[in-house]
Design a protein around this ligand. Structure first.
Ligand code: 3H9
Length: 705
């Protein structure tokens, strides 16, 4: 039976009224659905032969929550809370049966129903905190009533879904179903009808406050402290859950006020920006999606070093069989050892079963013959970062593989266009710049060489998707997106501050307090100062940079201070220790380098450190955008939040620029440009233009979407 909505239908099935939701891809709740739900419920209540109601949805996802794109406008139609109240106060029992993900407003809708069933594979969660908001459709009031306030706090602060079985154990789910969900739902309704069980409104339940005292709350907060560093939403969530001890109507009014407050926060705007930016990043404007991309079942990875074996493992994790090829037996054995020990560590942490780990290890076959890549659907070259070596390997692969196969290079420094030209089919060469450790890090820069064909670019994006990576398309410039901004902007300025008088721990501390997971010098020590030095040697073959450019890191490399692995770098480390300890020897190195350049050292405050590092990052980011190395400002935000530890709740460097205001940013860059007189502080023309036009990066993106 029709409703006044295109996404909700109403049907009779004997004495059960079926409310059927169908809004692909993820049944996000929008105005049309709210209208439809209200209408269908009214029909069910008005039909004398209907004695129970069953809500079902189509597709693999029960409901992904409220349509996030509606948040910035004034959503029309009945509010979700009104629809929920109508369900909860209905005179006939309302049952919901869930499959796949039941998230946010979707789970909140379910909690307003009288009975809840879930397929055994279903997952239930309130991920609102990841968007910087609190559950605003009764979640903070009904969840404590169903599972207790402490468990509710844990679920709301984590944002992660629980399984159907856990839901049952907590009291969120009445029955876990295997097989036919619709049939199980109808049978459940029939039972209710037969037994005369009526509605069971959650609002009438009492929330269990056990463990929801100051100590209990602090305990839960500690569990999530890493993920919530620098965040504020959790405070509002605690306040809202506390209100669940009051009457339902009082509590729901408090929740509404706090939810509105969270929604307008900059934190929420930033996190919602990131949600869409991450999903948009892998899409290339103006290019049709590959209609039905050929499946990727077999891959080959060339080079069994740390990167190559990590990439091989990422394929194995995605269920793709992979041939790991190295030129030496020792190299191959080392790579296979890395794979094995990574899986052993995952088993130890309980992330994967021993059987699954073994299966994945078996899916990686070692080989010493490049010819064994011949049957692979895709090949990723990850040999040592050396132009001639890579060109040689790529041209040999090009001769071995049929021309419709993608050959991707995991280069982080070399020109993908230049690499492609070493082959007879440059169109099939693209860059897949993984980040280390490749099986863990989410980001992949998909580098489009000057001659990379649209089909092969689409194929490279398909590979990233299969590997469950966040892909960002980057142009073939110096350092692509991320490393260019790191080297010319952020890390370089951090070193400049050291030359001018700041200490490594001062710079790192300031940027960690800004929100980076780790400051630049600690990052260098972790990755190895020599790794940076070697990468820059390759990069200089593309373009050089004026002095001073990483003179400290390069001197430390020359002195054998390679970072944590050698016991000293920008800091010193106790044997086997990871604590970065200040080292007077480093101060002496820095002072000597500063003196050689006539730099007068002085005390530098934390504000200046943060401002100069962040403005440098932003300024180079704008150049990367202006030069079309990045297609969208939002892409840069994705690169920096998922690959370089920029605080996600600030929305990435370009979103953060919009927050600071373009006029302010332009003015401060000009200020430092004049004060420092450094070639690295040339103000970006794009920032100047946007500031003059009273525009910003968000608008810049919108005008081009
Ligand atoms: C909420 O409910 C607030 C309430 O408490 C109170 C309000 C009063 N809205 O991720 P995918 C799109 S807040 C709009 O690629 P997957 C997504 O953009 C909400 N759009 O698929 C993409 O579009 P496109 C709380 C949404 O299979 C497409 O659907 N809920 C929404 O990898 C496919 O998405 C959440 O935070 C949405 N809510 O993962 C859950 N969800 O094709 C957010 C998805 O144009 N969603 N889209 O790029 C997710 O976590 C994942 O999307 C999900 C599917 C796990 C569901």
């Amino acid at each position: 039976m029709a409703t006044s909505s295109t996404t909700v239908r109403f049907e009779h099935s004997g004495a059960v009224g079926l409310i059927l939701i169908d809004s692909p891809p993820v049944n996000a709740i929008n105005q049309d659905m709210r209208v439809g739900l209200a209408d269908a419920l009214a029909q069910a209540m008005a039909a004398p032969d209907i004695r129970a109601v069953l809500i079902l949805s189509a597709g693999g996802t029960f409901m992904a929550g409220v349509d996030i794109s509606e948040f910035d406008g004034a959503p029309g139609g009945p509010p979700l809370q009104q629809v929920q109240a109508a369900i909860e106060q209905a005179a006939k029992p309302v049952v919901v049966a869930m499959q796949g993900m039941a998230l946010g407003g979707g789970l909140e809708l379910a909690m307003a129903c009288h009975y809840r069933l879930a397929l055994d594979s279903a997952k239930l969660g309130l991920p609102e905190i990841t968007l910087g908001i609190i559950p605003g459709a009764g979640g903070t009031q009904r969840l404590p009533r169903l599972i207790g306030a402490r468990a509710a706090l844990d679920m709301i602060l984590s944002g992660a879904p629980i399984t159907a079985q856990e839901g049952k154990a907590h009291g969120l789910i009445d029955e876990v179903v295997q097989g036919d969900l619709r049939a199980a739902g109808l049978a459940f309704c029939q039972n209710l009808i037969d037994s005369g069980a009526g509605p069971r409104p959650t609002r009438e339940m009492q929330a269990n406050a056990d463990g929801f005292d100051a100590a209990g709350i602090a305990d839960v907060m500690r569990t999530h402290s890493r993920a919530l560093r620098g965040r504020t939403t959790q405070t509002l969530a605690i306040e809202a859950i506390s209100a669940a001890m009051q009457s339902f109507d009082e509590g729901i009014a408090i929740e509404a006020r706090l939810a509105a407050q969270s929604l307008t926060s900059r934190e929420s705007q930033a996190l919602r920006h990131m949600f869409f930016a991450e999903r948009q990043a892998g899409k290339v404007k103006g290019e049709a999606k590959a209609t039905a991309p050929a499946p990727i079942r077999d891959a080959a990875v060339i080079g069994a070093g740390t990167m190559g074996s990590g990439i091989a493992q990422a394929f194995a994790d995605a269920g793709v069989t992979v041939t790991l090829i190295d030129s030496t037996e020792a190299g191959l054995a080392h790579g296979q050892d890395i794979v094995r020990s990574n899986y052993a560590a995952s088993v130890k942490r309980g992330r994967i079963s021993p059987a699954a780990a073994e299966e994945r290890i078996q899916s990686v076959t070692g080989s010493l013959r490049l010819e064994d890549a011949a049957t692979a659907d895709v090949v990723v070259e990850a040999v040592f970062e050396d132009l001639e070596l890579k060109q040689d390997v790529l041209s040999r692969l090009d001769a071995i593989l049929p021309p419709d196969r993608l050959i991707a290079s995991n280069t982080s420094t070399l020109s993908v266009t230049g690499l492609g030209r070493a082959t007879a089919h440059p169109g099939r060469i693209a860059g897949l710049h993984f980040f280390s450790p490749a099986h863990i890090m989410k980001l992949v820069e998909v580098v489009r060489g000057g001659e990379t064909s649209p089909d092969m670019l689409a194929k490279a994006l398909q590979v990233a998707k299969i590997l469950k990576k966040i892909a960002v398309v980057a142009g073939d410039g110096f350092g692509f997106i991320g490393n260019r901004m790191m080297l010319d902007g952020y890390f370089r300025e951090a070193e400049q501050l050291l030359l001018e008088g700041a200490s490594p721990s001062q710079v790192d501390g300031a940027l960690e307090r800004f929100g980076f997971a780790m400051g630049p010098q600690r990052v260098s020590d972790l990755g190895g100062t020599d790794v940076g030095t070697k990468a820059r040697i390759q990069l200089y073959r593309r373009e050089t940079r004026p002095d001073p450019y990483f003179v400290i890191a390069d001197r430390l490399t020359a002195l054998g201070r390679l970072g944590q692995k050698s016991g000293s770098g920008f800091y010193r480390y106790e044997p086997g220790g990871r604590d970065a300890l200040p080292d007077p020897e480093v101060t002496a190195v820095i002072e000597a380098l500063a003196a050689e350049r006539g730099i007068k050292r002085r005390d530098i405050g934390e504000d200046e450190i943060i401002e100069r590092c962040i403005l440098s990052l932003i300024n180079v980011g704008a150049m990367v955008l202006d030069e079309a190395v990045a297609a969208r400002a939002a892409d840069i935000d994705v690169v920096w939040t998922s690959g370089y530890g920029f605080p996600r709740h600030l929305g990435g460097p370009m979103f953060h620029t919009d927050t600071l205001g373009l006029a302010h940013v332009a003015e401060r860059i000009r200020y430092y440009s004049e004060k420092l007189g450094s070639p690295y502080w040339r103000p970006s023309a794009l920032i100047e233009r946007l500031a003059a036009d009273r525009s910003n990066f968000d608008q810049w993106d919108r005008e081009r979407s």
